[in-house]
Design a protein around this ligand. Sequence first.
Ligand code: A3P
Length: 297
Amino acid sequence: DDEYLFQLGGFWHLPQLIHGVHGVINHFQPLPSDIILASFPKTGTTWLKALLYSIVNRSSKHRLTVENPHSLIPILEYNTYGTTHASATAIPPSDTNHSRRILSTHIPYQLLAKTLDSSECRVVYVTRNPKDTLVSTWHFVNKWARAKEERWPFQVAVEKFCRGLIPSGPYYDHVMGYRNLSLDRPKYAHFLTYEELKNDPKTHVEKLAEFLGYPFEGEDVDAQVEEIVNGCSFEVLSNHEVNKAEGFPARRGLPSNSFFRKGVVGDYEAYMSAEVVDKIDALTKEKFHSFGFIYGV
Ligand code: A3P
């Protein structure tokens, strides 16, 4: 509920996370080998977790069939690590065969600039067009509303989104922060969109693998890439028993299946009037296009 959001450094945070966010900002020191997946909520975090895990741990990607991506890759600020420990060694490598950790965060770049600019860790940022992000957020919030009165009317969600009053918001500042990082430090930060990944997953999985230092090799590169793309597709991932569970506490008690809804581009059309589309598009042009980032309309 946004009545209870906390403001920190120009962004809004859930009260139960403010301690963790503080801990990460003040104490987290990435290892040079760390891979950090950053994202605004509902923009493809779960998908990227599965893909990064598969790219880094080729031999043990089968773990995705029995573990939820959120169990494999912790969100820094949700982890008790962020709240109490100053040691970066508190989180083990993401797989016992490999020395690199994959971590994720929803904290905006603006609050992590000091942490990330001084590190050689790799940052992958995924984003998604604002209209689908909003629709996905609206569904996610309403899925957990206990009573009908607690449900978020769509019009209210639109207002809140546009004013930036949602967890990790404002969306636009979040996206631009990491986009600028990727332009300034391309060797260390890779920016991609849900739509381009959906449109051409193989090309983008190859790019991700190269960026992270795990290029595909051999005569069957195509088959290797395809196997990862298929293993992480919405259809395959969302049909594993572990990801269908209503009661499985993947993250903060949120059932695993709350991270899989529809997984398509352009679902907003089913929910938004022409007027709402115009309103958001105008904002997107002001916040993205006028800064040279032609995206999201
Ligand atoms: P929808 O609500 O539009 O379906 P996040 O992981 O950042 O919370 O984002 C969740 C969104 O990503 C949801 O969008 C979800 O369905 C979608 N998603 C989850 N896994 C996916 C996958 N493997 N491929 C494509 N989209 C996926």
